[in-house]
Design a protein around this ligand. Structure first.
Ligand code: ATP
Ligand code: MG
Length: 241
């Protein structure tokens, strides 16, 4: 489904140059929920941006189903953003004055669907995230967790095979965060329409609920567990829970 091959990216020139990604190799299968962890500034968002087609890598490649890219300029990646990858952000990125339904339908309308079809699909996506009874609410009338669900509905309504989530629970309390994780699980493990999710998180408890964890450190990714990512203390605490 997703395969990243020897991806490299640095910023700046001369003495100011920093190499951030130093040969990333990773693979994600259809239906997998993967947590990406690593210290602040290690390049997690940079990696997501390249996979999402928003930033050009220096070398290497990204294969996502029928698409191959990685070093192409973002302007050449319109198809990937439209059909390949959906985004979920920490601060939701909803339009304040639009209802939940219109927030989800808006993006579908822009991608060329008729109004009726966009509305039907938006409604289905909102039902899928458990917001069937909140479709006429504007973001101000929804809780943080519900707002994030609207953003998730918007991402899944586009029927893209991969969702990228950059600290999706960063603005939520721990209970809402766990509910979002449960929803991610349901979306990935849906027997009819499984998607894959790559999620950045700083929360060891949530990371441990993913199917798999990856640790990004010193420019490379490696499979990880709670112990090697956060040390024995955190692991012991989680095991006690
Ligand atoms: N456009 C840019 N120009 C110059 N340097 C950049 C740019 N974008 C990112 N960087 C640098 O690349 C490194 C990785 O940044 P990135 O945002 O990917 O880290 P991160 O792992 O997402 O961190 P955090 O956990 O704090 O969100 C940082 O040192 C950052 O300063
Ligand atoms: Mg980041």
């Amino acid at each position: 489904m997703l395969k990243v091959n020897d991806l490299r990216k640095g910023f700046g020139f001369g003495r100011r140059r920093i190499e951030v990604l130093k040969g990333i190799d990773l693979e994600i299968k259809q239906g997998e929920l993967v947590a990406l962890m690593g210290p602040s500034g290690c390049g997690k968002s940079t990696l997501l941006n390249i996979i999402g087609g928003l930033l050009a890598g220096d070398s290497g490649s990204v294969e996502l189903n029928e698409f191959t890219y990685g070093t192409r300029q973002p302007s050449g990646n319109v198809k990937i953003r439209r059909h390949g990858v959906g985004w979920i952000f920490q601060d939701f990125h909803l339009v304040d004055h639009l209802t939940a339904l219109d927030n989800v339908a808006l993006a579908l309308g822009l991608s060329g669907l008729s109004d009726t079809e966009a509305n039907n699909r938006a409604l289905k996506a909102l039902e899928r995230v458990g917001l069937g009874d909140r479709v006429d609410h504007i973001p101000d009338q929804l809780s943080g967790g519900q707002r994030q669900r609207v953003a998730i509905a918007r991402a899944v309504a586009g029927r893209r095979p991969l969702l990228l989530a950059d600290e999706p629970t960063g603005n939520l309390d721990s209970r809402s965060g766990e509910e979002i994780l449960q929803l991610f699980h349901d979306l990935c493990h849906d027997s009819e329409d499984p998607i894959s999710i790559l999620m950045v998180t700083h929360d060891p408890n949530l990371a441990s609920k993913a199917d798999r964890m990856l640790l990004l450190r010193e420019g490379k990714t490696a499979a990880s567990d709670i112990r090697s990512a956060w040390g024995d203390d955190v692991a012991d605490d989680l095991e006690e829970e």
